[in-house]
Design a protein around this ligand. Structure first.
Ligand code: TXA
Ligand code: MG
Length: 315
């Protein structure tokens, strides 16, 4: 059921239920992070492998400090600048965080979400919320309450509606272990923004190990094939026997395809990020055979868009 009542969500969560919550990135599937039985429900509702850890959502910087061993100066600096907002920070956890939240790992990822309803909710609770994206594992993350309803409506008691997600892509995850800043997942905050605030170089994780299963290759998948192409007009020749839905970063009236979806009309990358998952869903639901898309310009949030496209695509 979809509703806007924070007290209903708070009551259900206090009773150990799972509730979908709005955030500025994507909708999350939340449960009491300090209650292992409630956490187990998240994994089963999402069909999520139990080795894939969850993000801890807290209401404030002070609250974040309760759950980690060392909230270092880099963490303080980033949190002051970007929280509430789409940045998640990996630090060493302490014993208050149940092992099921981190899938047994010694580190925990934390963030303060920006959506007003979620902050109201967190303020009404005396525990933090563990919340992955509110989709069945390996499908596109939901950016509206209606998409959550479609995905999980019959599996969860309540969806707190906080309007459409403002950013539309998941948070950026940075590891702050070992005095380094390493991006584990690209997202709402760009490398450039992090470097500017910190005055130091930030790197991308080069680890082939899966330190963040969001790094798993196939993820965010549509049901029908999605191909990233170099040149859409040329590719349409190759696909002329197929009904093609194209996702576009700019206006183009001359394309000969079944359907077009505007991620943006003028190559505005924030707008494209915001529309990406919804347009992927729409293209997936129409009567086309395949989805084609060119890469975004590989800068700023364009990198996060390309990351999600690659994980959704067939190559
Ligand atoms: O924007 C977001 O981050 C959304 C909203 C709901 O907050 N949440 C989200 O959660 O995207 P999820 O579970 O779909 O993706 C979190 C990613 C996963 O790839 C997970 O493996 C990684 O973060 N992660 C979480 N805790 C981790 C840990 N302790 N160590 C390494 N990776 C971790
Ligand atoms: Mg997810």
């Amino acid at each position: 059921m979809i509703g806007t009542d924070v007290s209903v969500a708070a009551r259900l969560l206090s009773e150990g239920e799972v509730v979908a919550i709005p955030t500025e990135t994507v909708y999350g599937l939340a449960a009491n992070a300090l209650n292992p039985e409630a956490i187990a429900k998240i994994y089963s509702v999402k069909n999520r492998p139990t080795f894939n850890p969850l993000i801890l959502h807290v209401k404030s910087i002070d609250e974040a400090k309760k759950y980690v061993k060392n909230f270092n100066t880099t963490a303080q600096c980033l949190a002051e600048k970007f929280w509430p907002g789409p940045l998640s920070i990996l630090l060493q956890k302490n014993n208050l965080v149940p092992d099921v939240v981190t899938a047994g790992l010694p580190n925990v990822v934390l963030r303060v979400p920006k959506n007003t309803k979620s902050l109201e909710l967190l303020n009404a609770l005396n525990f933090p919320l563990a919340a992955p994206s509110a989709n069945i594992s390996n499908t596109v993350s939901p950016t509206s309450a209606q998409r959550v309803e479609q995905n999980l409506g019959n599996r969860i008691p309540y969806i707190l509606d906080g309007g459409p997600a403002e950013v539309g892509l998941e948070s950026t995850i940075v590891s702050l272990l070992n005095d380094e800043v390493v991006i584990l997942r690209e997202g709402g905050i760009t490398k450039e923004e992090l470097e500017e605030v910190l005055g130091m170089t930030v790197t991308y994780s080069s680890s082939k190990e899966i330190s963040s299963p969001g790094q798993l290759k196939k993820h965010y998948a549509t049901h029908k094939p999605l191909y990233i192409v170099k040149d859409l007009e040329k590719a349409l020749q190759d696909f002329k026997n197929k009904k093609v839905s194209a996702l576009l970063f700019t206006e183009n009236d001359s394309l000969d395809c079944f359907n077009t979806y505007q991620l943006s009309r003028n190559n505005n990358l924030s707008e494209a990020a915001n529309n990406l998952f919804e347009m992927m869903n729409r293209a997936d639901e129409d009567d086309s055979d395949v989805i084609l898309v060119e890469e975004a310009k590989n800068t700023g949030i364009g990198r996060a868009i390309n990351d999600r496209l690659r994980r959704a695509s067939i190559d």
